[in-house]
Design a protein. Structure first.
Length: 116
């Protein structure tokens, strides 16, 4: 009986944790079909998650966190589009730069916020 409960718990966790990755994969699919290689999806997810956590902690509202995640992820997407489409930059380089920027920015802002 314990084995059945453990397997149900693992299946539940797998489905729950796979949903954000499936949404990112779907966004990448639409991006690919439009002709843009969006390597920066992980960076957008990271920046959006940090913004959501910070805004929800400050405002005390999950809706504020959701709005912050949407705004920050959209800003990063616009930055990637501006570099790739408007300035005809390399889409792979721009996507990797988005990933590095998001990783560094969230680490810096998180460390600064905790050490206040």
């Amino acid at each position: 009986m314990e084995t059945l409960q453990s397997m149900a718990l693992i299946a539940d966790s797998t489905i729950r944790l796979a949903i954000p990755l499936l949404f990112a994969a779907l966004a990448g699919l639409y991006s690919e079909r439009s002709g843009v290689f969006d390597i920066g999806l992980e960076g957008k997810m990271l920046a959006g998650a940090f913004a959501a956590g910070a805004a929800a902690a400050i405002a005390g509202s999950a809706w504020a966190g959701l709005a912050a995640a949407i705004v920050v992820s959209t800003a990063f997407a616009l930055l990637h589009g501006f570099a790739s489409i408007t300035h005809r930059g390399n889409q792979i380089v721009s996507g990797v730069a988005i990933n590095i920027l998001a990783a560094g920015l969230t680490a810096l802002l998180g460390a600064t916020w905790i050490h206040q």
